[in-house]
Design a protein around this ligand. Structure first.
Ligand SMILES: Cc1cc2nc3c(=O)[nH]c(=O)nc-3n(C[C@H](O)[C@H](O)[C@H](O)COP(=O)(O)OP(=O)(O)OC[C@H]3O[C@@H](n4cnc5c(N)ncnc54)[C@H](O)[C@@H]3O)c2cc1C
Length: 346
């Protein structure tokens, strides 16, 4: 049994910790106790990329793992976090509708796209120039609860300590932190990885995002509307509206500009008489090629990174964490698209 240290208890760190524990490892996590991404996220898992009306990258593999993982871990940590939802996409052009009509005939898309009905085309729930379509198998994870309840769970088991990483106590060559040597050390620091020396050479980007919580008596509570923005029903007539994309921006301030942008996007869907409740800002760890950052440090054996989960983190993390655990413990090769060795300088 190995003794493994993980820095970071966001989505990456917690999923990896569960996958390592399932493989019988001894795991210790250290986290600053200030999460500004996994807990801010809407936690939406949308199988489709609407821009090109394609399936998301490695969709079938991720969807085979993620729902069961979140339900199982949810019962382990004593918090149901998995919520199925129908996404109703209001097409933004005639071309988008035609693409849907083509895709819905293909076997590989049928698990995810409902065949368009006349009701979908004429749907009255929003400004609807080109019709709408319903995505199947979508779900959302209660992201705030995921982070909070995992922290509680690991802390109660003595596997999580709340502390800031101290670079001066870290010796990567010997995998020693505060004079304790670990078999493996994994960095899961999200967007703050950029400023931590060990993996600062990776091309990680910081992409700020903001969301609103609103109240509305007229928005549907059984579907997540989508065009320009998403509207996620949270129960009791409350809805999350998101999200902005602000590249190369790691500030955690909410801005009036983002609030107006989101309210305008919502207004372009319809007049829902939204009452503003709350605004949040966070920072996504993204990579230009839209693939995660996983693998072993080129100079330090036994030192790993799991990052770059980007905008679809909640869908990918369970499978990727499992793959990283197999790579660490059994040297099973990583998917080359996710391996940090894809960058030439490494
Ligand atoms: C507004 C917004 C909306 C989003 N919506 C979605 C969505 O709908 N669906 C989806 O799948 N994804 C969404 N995302 C993206 C998703 O949140 C990220 O992909 C994912 O949360 C990244 O997880 P992480 O564990 O890598 O990073 P983080 O969640 O940032 O976790 C890193 C952890 O490391 C700790 N840490 C950092 N530095 C230090 C240090 N020096 N010392 C000690 N601890 C440290 C932090 O405390 C933190 O808990 C959204 C993100 C944002 C900002």
């Amino acid at each position: 049994m190995g003794r493994i240290l993980i820095f970071g208890a966001g989505l990456a760190g917690t999923c990896l910790a569960h996958q390592l524990l399932r493989r019988g490892q001894e795991v210790l996590i250290m986290d600053a106790g200030e999460n500004h991404s996994s807990s801010i996220a809407a936690g939406m898992v949308n199988p489709m990329v609407f821009r090109r009306m394609n399936k998301s990258w490695r969709l079938d593999e991720f969807m085979q793992d993620a729902p069961a993982f979140y339900q199982e871990i949810g019962s382990e940590i004593g918090q149901e976090v998995f919520h199925p939802i129908v996404i109703r996409r209001f097409f933004s052009s005639e071309q988008e509708k035609q693409l849907w009509e083509e895709r819905q005939e293909l076997t590989e898309y049928q698990p995810y796209l409902e065949k368009l009905t006349s009701e979908d085309i004429q749907h009255q729930g929003a400004t609807n120039l080109f019709g709408s379509g319903r995505v199947k198998q979508a779900f959302w994870i209660d992201a705030q609860q995921w982070v909070a309840q995992n922290s509680k769970y690991f802390r109660e088991k003595g596997q999580l300590s709340t502390e800031e990483f101290e670079p001066e106590s870290w010796e990567p060559g010997t995998r020693s932190y505060r004079n304790i040597t670990y078999d493996q050390v994994i960095f899961c620091l999200g967007y703050r990885q950029k400023t931590e020396a060990t993996f600062s050479f990776l091309p990680l980007q910081q992409t700020k995002g903001q969301t609103l919580l609103i109240q509305s008596a007229v928005l549907p509570e059984n579907e997540s509307l989508n065009r320009k923005c998403f509207v996620l029903p949270m129960g009791e007539q409350q809805f999350k509206v998101g999200a902005t994309y602000e590249w190369n921006n790691a500030s955690l301030e909410t801005t009036l500009e983002a609030k107006e942008q989101l309210l305008n996007m919502l207004a372009s869907l319809g007049n829902y008489d939204p009452q503003f409740l709350e605004q949040k800002a966070g920072v996504r760890p993204t990579v230009l090629d839209r693939r995660p950052l996983m693998g072993e440090h080129p100079a330090y054996q036994g030192v790993y990174v799991f990052n770059g989960l980007g905008t679809k983190g909640y869908m990918m993390a369970p499978t990727l964490a499992s793959e990283l655990a197999d790579f660490i413990l059994e040297q099973k090769p990583l998917n080359p698209e996710t391996d940090i060795r894809r960058f030439k300088q490494i």
